[in-house]
Design a protein around this ligand. Structure first.
Ligand code: CDP
Length: 226
């Protein structure tokens, strides 16, 4: 069976990584959370006071960042320079700063290069904002996932609360709207639906239902690629 490339793009907190992980598991494909890479770079910038508008400093910082993923107890963990930062990169102070960092062209160039390397053999599901448009424009299956903003807010709020984070619902919504705005309006690789992407609105779909829809599409595309 041939191995295809699957991209999942969409707005903040619409369940892209849940769907991408479920799909990768069903198909025995690799899964890459490209957002975790932008979050790890952001954490490094914050911890090392990297001034995002100072190009030589940004370039130098990027040369000193090594990101890798490892599955531990069935969970995906992101490592930044050898340190497990999986929990830290999901915190609000990183969420508040990630979209401006992700808008820096040098940051995108560096991460896109690494993402293409990870996916060069196919058999991969990658989620993000520019995967179907920029990282893998030739992906056999492109999904554009979307959901109502209040439903997305509630999901992220519940996720943070379950982790013990004390946060206000209104602040979560504000962060999602701000990131959506910056991500969709930046000059370099804005979030937009690829022309050949299939839209799935999962506002009223549960996890199994969204997986079934995506799996059906994936199986069709795998068959076509053979
Ligand atoms: O999980 P959530 O949808 O909240 O976001 P994420 O996938 O972890 O991505 C965090 C941020 O990284 C986004 O808001 C974008 O600013 C940036 N990002 C990007 O620019 N390009 C990607 N391929 C993935 C993420």
């Amino acid at each position: 069976m041939s191995k295809i490339t699957i991209s999942i793009d969409g707005h903040s907190s619409c369940g892209k990584s849940t769907l991408a992980k479920d799909l990768a598991k069903e198909l025995h494909y690799a899964y890459v959370d490209s957002g975790a890479m932008y979050r790890a770079v952001t954490l490094f910038f914050l911890e090392n006071d990297v001034d995002p508008i100072d190009a030589p400093i940004v370039r130098n910082a990027l040369e000193n960042i090594e990101i890798r993923f490892q599955v531990l107890d069935g969970q995906n963990h992101t490592f930044l320079n050898g340190e497990d930062v999986e929990d830290e990169i999901r915190e609000m102070y990183v969420s508040d700063y990630v979209s401006p960092v992700a808008a820096i062209p040098a940051v995108r160039r560096s991460l896109v290069r690494q993402q293409r390397e990870m996916g060069k053999a196919g058999g991969i599901v990658m989620d993000g904002r520019d995967i179907g448009t920029v990282v893998f424009p030739g992906a056999e299956l492109k999904i554009f996932l979307t959901a109502d903003v209040d439903i997305r807010t509630r999901r992220r709020y519940d996720e943070l609360r379950a982790k013990g984070v004390d946060i206000d619902l209104a602040l979560v919504k504000q962060n999602l709207l701000e990131r959506d705005h910056i991500d969709s309006n930046r000059a370099d690789s804005p979030l937009t639906k690829a022309k050949d992407a299939v839209v799935i609105d999962n506002s009223y779909l549960n996890r199994t239902q969204q997986l079934q829809q995506a799996l059906k599409l994936a199986k069709e595309r795998i068959r076509l690629s053979e």
